[in-house]
Write a protein that binds this ligand. Structure first.
Ligand code: C2G
Length: 139
């Protein structure tokens, strides 16, 4: 049983998140997602999440490709999470390229291509500007 682990906020869930999770899941037999808590986002990422943690968790838990959702409370928990859950592969989008190479000592580290044309911040901007056109289809 190969276990994959990834981290993220997954606010305003969109197809870029779904693509990442499906691609991450394909690297093993089960996928664990460490979901950033509202407090962690606010204090450590300076991001106000639009959707509260319980609702973001419920969406992820409903996905076929996700087996378990755990909280991400701080930047320092990754090694402990990898060891505790006997993770074989750690996956992140390539906007994090190199940032988590220290985990190579404990598991495989994989950075996957991001999905173009979509992000939670783009969605927020699109709505706040009252755009009448659609966001371009993600590639
Ligand atoms: N992602 C993607 N394509 C997009 C948007 C996001 O592949 N168009 C990926 C990101 O690269 C990340 C995951 O989806 O791997 C979750 O993205 P965010 O919710 O923005 O997560 P982030 O704020 O980057 O938090 O400790 C790591 C952090 O918790 C990651």
């Amino acid at each position: 049983m190969r276990t994959v682990l990834t981290y993220g906020t997954f606010d305003l869930f969109h197809v870029g998140h779904l693509n990442l999770l499906n691609r991450a899941r394909a690297h093993g037999d089960q996928l664990i997602v460490a979901l950033s808590t509202d407090e962690f986002n606010l204090k450590m990422k300076n991001k106000v999440t639009a959707i509260p943690y319980p609702d973001r968790k419920k969406i992820l838990e409903a996905l076929r490709c996700v087996d378990l959702v755990i909280p991400e409370n701080n930047w320092e928990q990754k090694i402990e999470d990898v060891l505790k859950h006997q993770v074989d592969t750690f996956v992140m989008g390539h906007d994090w390229e190199g940032k988590f190479d220290f985990l190579n000592e404990y598991c495989e580290v994989v950075y996957l291509p991001r999905t173009e044309n979509i992000s939670s911040s783009e969605i927020k901007t699109h709505i706040s500007k009252g755009r009448t056109t659609q966001i371009k289809a993600a590639v």
